[in-house]
Design a binder for this molecule. Structure first.
Ligand code: GDG
Length: 488
């Protein structure tokens, strides 16, 4: 639980983070409003930044408001030592349905992850998306100062930089895009692609996880918005403005994970998990339950392995932790059924001597429990069909710095271009994925250590604070000549 305290403003020039969901979800209880931590890669990444910078976070708090309500609670939230102010955007049930479940998660999310056939294009989704982006802008205008640095996050709020600039032409606005950015021939399928690109281009700086997404975005701006571009230096020229586009691969709080992994209680918990799982080898998957994460394809690879290498049947256990996600969306409800049906089917076939090979946890665990699982597992199967970055891969590596473990990583995760010590597979290739699992299980201790050490060098050095430094340095350069925030 996160503490909620009365608000206190920090200075005249603050960092303002704006994202669809924030650090927590508000729940009304007889004792008052309680804040429950949210689970997502974006939240894991931004909390440490707000911990050091303070400032404010504008986001939807998970509560439904009336049509006329725009802003809800403004509360100081203390996470670890520092405080930031959470300004709650109020959305109606219909807005959440059309803007969040609709345009964001049924159109942009599948399309940016190359699932064109899953993308739904509805005029009413688009209208709600525009209206809700305006709503976020009016909460910003009500709560933020003229000197503030506005950091917009992710695909839910692509139009927000444009709305902000209309009211504050000199605003310092940057955008970070957490998911993949597809090539123009895919992005252009969206009937409103031009409006989206133009909205994004009202930022001073736009960041992506990988050079490929940067290239795709610049090419899209050129083709769709007719902008002049400079691929080599990462500049887009549009409406008399110069926009910088950078690669900034997001990191994790390496020391936080490492400290948890050194904790005796967590080490003890890891031993208990291993004992309870039974067998000799423990494989682990940790994901939000999302079709982009490749859980079904992973299960197929485990099944292929158990079918074709029967000696592993009573020796191998695969734990899949699936954090509930987007439960109101029918594609996610269907996926849950499919995952649960597949696991039941496979356990029916492959249970031998009462050893159940696949364990399934459909809930969100505490971070300490999560780290205990990272420590317990011989190998993490991080095999998304497409992923902007994937922080689970980095957390597994950090937890196992001084221990042994193997990371199997999808070639389609952004993390694959940074984590060279991982075993790589194409998650659509069942045979290859299961062969890589066997390779990991048979890997020598020395090779495991070498690979982990190489990956830890990157994950430790390019951690979340490095990411924020890199981003703010480019932001400072992109705003050169203007008044700078003292902390930047
Ligand atoms: C998006 C992009 C990009 C998971 N289960 C539990 C739990 N988690 C935490 C993990 C990790 C986070 O959630 C998931 O982050 P990912 O990066 O793996 O995935 P997305 O949520 O899809 O994130 C992604 C990210 O944004 C950042 O830019 O990397 O590509 O899709 O931190 O630890 N945390 C807890 N209990 C769980 O059961 N406490």
């Amino acid at each position: 639980m996160v503490d909620i305290k009365p608000i206190a403003k920090k200075s005249s020039s603050n960092l303002v983070v704006i994202s669809n969901r924030g650090a927590c979800t508000f729940k009304e209880t007889p004792q008052g409003i309680k804040a429950i931590p949210s689970i997502s890669g974006l939240v894991s990444a931004l909390l440490p930044v707000l911990d050091i910078e303070g400032g404010s976070w504008i986001a939807w708090g998970g509560r439904y408001g009336k049509e006329s309500e725009v802003i809800g609670n403004s509360l100081a939230i203390s996470s670890n030592d520092s405080k930031f102010i959470f300004h709650e955007v109020m959305l109606t049930r219909e807005e959440v349905e059309l803007y969040y479940n609709g345009f964001s998660n049924s159109c942009l999310w599948p399309l940016c992850h190359n699932f064109i056939e899953k993308a739904v294009f509805k005029e009413e989704y688009w209208k709600a998306y525009c209206e809700v982006n305006k709503k976020y802008s009016s909460v910003f205008l009500k709560t933020a100062g003229l000197e503030d640095w506005v950091w917009v996050h992710d695909y839910h709020l692509a139009l927000l930089p444009g709305y902000i600039r209309k009211s504050r032409p000199h605003a310092r606005v940057a955008l970070f895009w957490h998911i993949p950015f597809p090539p123009p021939e895919i992005f252009n399928v969206i009937p409103w692609s031009k409006e989206i690109i133009r909205g994004m281009l009202e930022s001073q700086l736009i960041g992506f996880h990988s050079p490929k997404y940067v290239q795709n975005f610049i090419q899209t701006a050129k083709e769709i918005a007719g902008a002049e571009v400079d691929f080599i230096n990462g500049y887009i020229y549009c409406s008399g403005r110069k926009i910088k586009v950078i690669t900034a691969p997001i990191g994790i709080d390496w020391h936080e994970i490492r400290d948890l992994a050194k904790n005796n209680q967590i080490i003890q918990k890891a031993a208990e998990i291993r004992k309870a799982a039974g067998g000799e080898y423990l494989l682990l998957g940790v994901d939000r339950l999302d079709y982009t994460k490749g859980i079904i394809e992973r299960l197929k690879a485990v099944s292929w392995l158990l079918k074709n290498h029967s000696q592993y049947r009573s020796k191998l256990t695969f734990i899949q932790i699936a954090a509930p996600s987007r439960e109101n969306n029918s594609a996610y409800q269907k996926l849950r059924h499919q995952v649960e049906e597949t696991i039941g089917y496979l356990n029916g076939i492959f249970t031998e001597n009462y050893h159940v090979p696949i364990r399934y946890i459909f809930k969100s665990l505490d971070k300490s429990e999560l780290v205990a699982h990272y420590l317990a597992a011989d190998m993490a199967l991080v095999t998304p069909l497409k992923d902007g970055m994937n922080l689970v891969a980095k957390e597994y590596v950090a937890a196992n710095d001084k221990d042994i473990g193997v990371l199997l990583l999808s070639s389609f995760a952004g993390a694959a271009s940074q984590l060279k010590g991982a075993l790589i597979s194409n998650p659509y290739n069942t045979r290859e994925t299961s062969a890589q699992i066997i390779k990991g299980l048979k890997m020598s201790l020395i090779e495991k250590k070498q690979r982990l050490a190489a990956m830890n060098r990157v994950v430790k050095e390019q951690d979340i604070y490095w990411w924020w430094q890199k981003f703010q340095q480019s932001w400072r350069e992109a705003s050169r000549g203007k008044c700078l925030m003292e902390t930047l």
